[in-house]
Design a protein around this ligand. Structure first.
Ligand SMILES: Cc1cc2nc3c(=O)[nH]c(=O)nc-3n(C[C@H](O)[C@H](O)[C@H](O)COP(=O)(O)OP(=O)(O)OC[C@H]3O[C@@H](n4cnc5c(N)ncnc54)[C@H](O)[C@@H]3O)c2cc1C
Length: 427
């Protein structure tokens, strides 16, 4: 125990009660704070109002990425450092700040670098070289395969049933992998990406291949999107995260050398789980930052808006509401940090840890931001008020990177496995 010798103010920052940041973490946070305030936030406000088809053609969209690149932050330091704990702590702070700036842009940065990072981690320097500096994307879901993609071990379906085989697939011969069909409309950055990593169910003579447990056999493929036979669908008009343009990618007999397979059938699950773990804990950081922004704005507004002859913050009920929002965000930040720490320190990252963070944060972000919006009264609902965009951005997150219900079901299964020591089903 420590004694309080002098009554002092709490030490609050934009990371709440988080103390003990290293000098490097503090400087990263401040750098990104300034960058988001100066570049990302104003650009995102304008891009948010554009039709989806115009986003990727807008100079402001590209300026966000080029300005970020000129900050001199090194993707390798954040994703490839051997000091995983240090790197993950930096990432957790970076994505909170970026999420506070604009959630769609923050997610876009993660997705854009995904093919490069994955290839580097796999030691595929030949492919990493092709991906370096290019806008990447992650293709996994299909029109008829959404949650079935995320249910990687096939635990959340009746035993006797099978996952949807999908309409996008790969066939392999001795020297080539050949890609067919179309992804879902939800591929983030698809309209602007030039490189992808795609997760394709396998077929043999057009016949879908299933594992014994009813999941599809699959492979991960590195796909240059200028390959012959690749085309793109229209940009998706959607609610929220409008700075993250999305759309489908189509494959018409796309032939690639066999060495473009980055995960064969035996590595498919581990590769998908790696992507989901990274995606989910990053989302937790982003939407902690997004909620933090809403809280700061609501706190400021509560001190300025006068009703009952006093600023509304003077009403006790408003104190309670602000505190409720604050404590939610504190728990979001804590669970995010824990997930980044776990995924750095454990023998291997685990979806259970990333899911606790992603589900807890995104569900609470919707509640917290909605309450912030209510503190703005009617003003919270109008387009010129930032609350309206923040709530839309957060709402998309409960489905993004795996619907929260499906992720929670899987997490429950992992807990039960851990408790009973059940052997995992064969596949
Ligand atoms: C903002 C955003 C970004 C995205 N980015 C990408 C991307 O970059 N690349 C990509 O490939 N995809 C991306 N997605 C797609 C995303 O992964 C899917 O939307 C998500 O996995 C859910 O799939 P679905 O939309 O087909 O819903 P469905 O799977 O059809 O689910 C519909 C409903 O049924 C429920 N449900 C489904 N299966 C089960 C089950 N087994 N048990 C209980 N309930 C179930 C779900 O919880 C949900 O409520 C993105 C989505 C969003 C919203």
């Amino acid at each position: 125990m420590r004694l309080i010798s002098e009554v002092a103010e709490p030490e609050l920052s934009s990371l709440g009660l988080e103390l003990g940041l290293s000098e490097q973490e503090k400087s990263l946070q401040l750098k990104l704070r300034d960058f988001c305030d100066a570049v990302v936030n104003p650009a995102a406000k304008l891009i948010d109002q554009l039709p989806a088809s115009a986003v990727g053609k807008n100079a402001l969209f590209w300026e966000m990425y080029s300005s970020f690149n000129s900050l001199g932050l090194n993707v390798d330091d954040l994703y490839l450092s051997t000091d995983k704990l240090k790197a993950n702590r930096l990432k957790s702070i970076a994505y909170q700040e970026l999420g506070r700036g604009d959630a769609g842009f923050a997610i876009g940065l993660m997705v854009a670098n995904y093919p490069y990072v994955m290839c580097r981690l796999l030691g595929r320097h030949d492919l990493a070289e092709k991906a370096a500096g290019k806008m990447g994307c992650w293709i996994a879901t299909q029109p008829s395969r959404g949650s079935d993609v995320g249910d990687i071990e096939g635990t959340e379906k009746p035993n006797e049933s099978r996952h949807q085989p999908g309409e996008m697939y790969a066939q392999i011969n001795d020297s080539e992998v050949i890609l067919y069909g179309e992804s879902s409309d939800w591929v983030s950055l698809a309209p602007v990406a030039s490189i992808a990593i795609g997760y394709f169910p396998l077929r043999e003579k057009q016949r879908p291949l299933f594992n014994k447990d009813g999941t599809t056999k699959g492979i991960g493929v590195f796909v240059p999107l200028d390959s012959e036979g690749v085309s793109k669908g229209a940009a998706l008009e959607k609610l929220g995260q409008r700075t993250l343009p999305q759309g489908s990618i189509k494959f018409n007999h796309v032939r690639l050398p066999i060495d473009h397979i980055i995960a064969g059938p035996d590595d498919y699950r581990a590769s998908m789980l790696s992507a989901l773990c990274e995606g989910n804990h990053t989302m937790a950081a982003v939407f902690t930052g997004c909620a933090q922004r809403a809280y700061e704005l609501a706190m400021e507004y509560s001190h300025n808006r006068i009703q009952g002859g006093v600023p509304i913050v003077k009403h006790q009920a408003v104190h309670l509401r602000l505190f409720d929002i604050f404590r939610r965000i504190e728990s979001m930040r804590a669970v995010t940090k824990q997930s980044f720490d776990y995924n750095a320190l454990a023998k291997a990252p685990h979806l259970l840890s990333a899911t606790v963070a992603k589900v807890h944060v995104t569900e609470n972000a919707v509640i917290a931001i909605s309450e912030c919006m209510r503190l703005f009264g009617g003003k919270g609902l109008i387009k010129s008020c930032p609350m309206e965009k923040l709530l839309r951005d957060a709402r998309a997150s409960v489905t993004e990177d795996g619907d929260n219900h499906l992720l929670s079901l899987k997490a429950g299964t992992y807990l039960s496995w851990a408790h009973t020591g059940f052997a995992k089903p064969e596949f």
